[in-house]
Write a protein that binds this ligand. Sequence first.
Ligand SMILES: [Zn+2]
Ligand SMILES: [Zn+2]
Length: 368
Amino acid sequence: MKTGKTAVMTGPDRPFEVREYPVLPVPGGMARMKLIAGGVCGTDVHIAKGRLAVGLPACIGHEFVGKVEEIGEADSVRYGIRAGDNVIVDIAVPCGECVLCKEGNDANCVNMGVTNGGMPDVAPHFYGGFGDYNYSPVKNLVKLPQGLDPVVACVFACPGPTVIHACGLGAKAGLDLSKVNVAVVQGAGPVGCFAVAYLAAHGVKEVLVVCGRSGDRRAAVARKLGATGILAYNEMPMNEILNYVKSKNGGIGADLVFEASGNPAAVPQGMEMLRNRGMYLVPGQYSESGGIEIRPQLITFKALSIIGSSQYSMADVHEYVNFLCGHPELHGTVKELASCYSVDEVNRAFEDAASGRNIKTVIVPTEG
Ligand SMILES: [Zn+2]
Ligand SMILES: [Zn+2]
């Protein structure tokens, strides 16, 4: 019988076990993917360290692409997905019934479920993104067009839709990227890097990135993706950074600030950088990292729009795929961001992801 490996989380802050399970026929409503690449997200690092609780043991990993190996005939017809197609799996299962789902905000469903994280001893065993196979509901699959490199699609599979969703909520509140002169992106991790590419591609004239060092690899990548300036907080006092941002927009401050650092200290700085009626998009504060003092007076006096954003919808994943297809010039740079590890190397991959050594850590199946 054909078997495959999957990384299994057995406890908080414990090494993953790599277990082998039989590859079973696909249940109705589901498809079996041979995984191509599974990204390690900041959220996965928090889960592995026990800072976000999950049922254990678990197959974690929520941003992955695979090739459909088996799918029922009826599901294939219904969803237009066939064996051999490459897909991104969106793990979110909004309830469809709550007030948020009904008003079109299913990304923030109050009864949100997920397709991953299942108990690996229960058939069909492969529920996560760090293994040789994955079984997921067919309705959670987003097809990648032929010719789009699935590893390129994996690099920003979760950061990309995260950024697109935040910009979409901004647009509902009046944001028009084509009219933004000066935007600041705080942080140059995966979310920050994709935000740079997305803002630059939508016509934002100045995309300034606030990050640690101007000479490191993250800064170089941000420049390649469209950043017009790097403001390094380890090299410049914050008041100089603020003055520089203001000077770029006729002395008034940034039109848009995008928080992608996850550091609470970035939030009061972002508020200071904005001009009157500026917009602050805040999808970056994903984990509980403590509090920070802010000056609420700035919200009133500058009449700021502060827009939180978490999760994303299937529509954002489709928009992400369209964006990649529309910008082939980015693919080379994006692919270089992936540092690949086999399933057997999952523990080293997580150590390197946690240390910040890689921009994007990616798990690839055992036999490539
Ligand atoms: Zn993620
Ligand atoms: Zn709901």
